[in-house]
Design a binder for this molecule. Structure first.
Ligand code: ZN
Length: 412
């Protein structure tokens, strides 16, 4: 078999793997190890595809040096840990498809390393074949990145970030995009079916924040203008939406800097309550094409039939009052209705769930702007409470949140 054929096997494995990566070990024309080897369970967060394939290959062999003469095929460039293992095992050859940068851009944050530099530490010379069928591997990573984003709910954290934008710092941004639940795929399917959302359209998002919604919808349309008045957030968004058809524009809902009648759908996602309604209405009328659509989208907690959500939400709200003196406010629906032409609009609601292990729940909780920070008093007390709720309601190490995504659509 050729390198191309072997690398295709790793890409096939990546499609069904827990994380979108696949690896095989080939020696003397025989596949002797695979990352999807069913006899090995994922044992730790460090069980990367390359390490799983090495484990699998070592089943009948003693490790260290026994893989001399073998080739590692992997759907994505090895990280420094895996490259270390590959060098320790004295592989003769490494073939990879997507780059670490591709993985970083489309799936999860990576530490980009120069593997040629690492290879210099090796005792034996290793041949490295780079970016073989890279595009194929990227499409798997990308698809998974998008579906991860679409899965799950949302916690109104964008609002909190807007309020907190002066205190917007890097650690916060990472928590925010990683743990924040997102918009359900049904919402986009509905837009396709009922409103003919399609790849010829240009859409705009007002108050786009760090670009979560813009990035998802960019997969469905020709072009997305993400309008954002806060420079910190705009810069985060530009980075987050790198390599997509999302273009960030410094502007506000009231003054978007977009051309007259150039937009098919204008979205206000988790941001509507910030706008000056009259000025925004005039601006949206100006930029929308004839018969263009305006859509207000927001996510909220869904408490019905979910005791865990109820208890956790109450706990967070109590702490919000304690920390900020403010109550959690549900949005003013009347204001939304009045925005549409003749108060005529359609409503859609999609309930969606997401599971969290304790680590993720903690990440999610910490990303709320109004809870105690690690450096503050009460932090431990606060976290212990979260742990108590988790322990009470978790099943097999997970709790389930329910959310609903709501959408108001109409002409204005
Ligand atoms: Zn790795």
């Amino acid at each position: 078999m050729t390198d191309e054929q072997y690398i295709d096997i790793t890409i096939e494995i990546s499609k069904n793997a827990k994380y979108p990566y696949g690896a095989i070990v080939v020696k003397d024309g025989e596949i002797i190890g695979r990352s999807d080897d069913a006899t090995f369970m994922e044992t730790s967060m460090y069980s990367h595809a390359e390490l799983e394939a090495i484990e699998s290959a070592s089943k009948n062999k003693s490790l260290y040096g026994d893989l001399k003469g073998a080739t590692m095929y992997v759907s994505c460039e090895p990280c420094m840990m895996c490259m270390g293992a590959i060098l320790y095992e004295q592989f003769d050859k490494l073939v990879y498809a997507a780059t670490l940068q591709d993985s970083n851009d489309n799936y999860c944050p990576e530490m980009i390393t120069n593997i040629d530099e690492l290879a210099k530490y090796s005792k034996n010379k290793i041949e490295i074949v780079k970016e073989l069928h890279r595009d194929k591997a990227i499409s798997v990573i990308k698809e998974r990145g998008v579906s991860n984003e679409i899965r799950g709910g949302n916690l109104l954290m964008k609002d909190n970030l807007s309020m907190d934008s002066k205190c917007f710092y890097f650690g916060k941004a990472v928590d925010y995009s990683k743990y924040r639940p997102d918009y359900p795929i049904e919402l986009f399917e509905l837009l396709k079916k009922e409103y003919n959302l399609n790849e010829n359209q240009t859409v705009a998002e007002l108050g786009a924040g760090t670009g979560k919604f813009s990035k998802i919808i960019s997969n469905y349309v020709k072009k997305v203008y993400a309008i954002e008045p806060n420079k910190d957030m705009l810069n985060q968004g530009i980075k987050y939406c790198d390599n997509t058809n999302v273009e960030y524009v410094l502007g506000s809902a009231e003054n978007t800097n977009l051309k007259d009648h150039s937009i098919d759908i204008v979205f206000a996602v988790q941001s509507f309550h910030w706008f000056n309604k009259e000025n925004t209405k005039n601006e949206v009328r100006r930029i929308l094409r004839e018969n263009g659509l305006f859509a207000i989208v927001w996510n909220d907690w869904e408490d019905k039939n979910n005791e865990f959500s109820q208890v956790y939400f109450k706990y967070i709200c109590d702490w919000k009052i304690k920390v900020t003196g403010q109550k959690y406010q549900h949005k003013n629906v009347e204001e939304r209705k009045n925005f549409f032409k003749n108060q005529s609009y359609h409503t859609h609601s999609v309930v969606h769930s997401r599971q969290y292990n304790f680590e993720d729940l903690l990440g999610l909780t910490k990303s709320l702007s109004y809870v105690p920070k690690e450096s503050e008093a009460y932090y431990e007390e606060f976290i212990n409470g979260v742990k108590g709720i988790f322990d009470k309601y978790s099943k097999n190490g997970y709790v389930t949140f329910d959310f609903h995504a709501e959408m108001f659509t109409g002409e204005i």
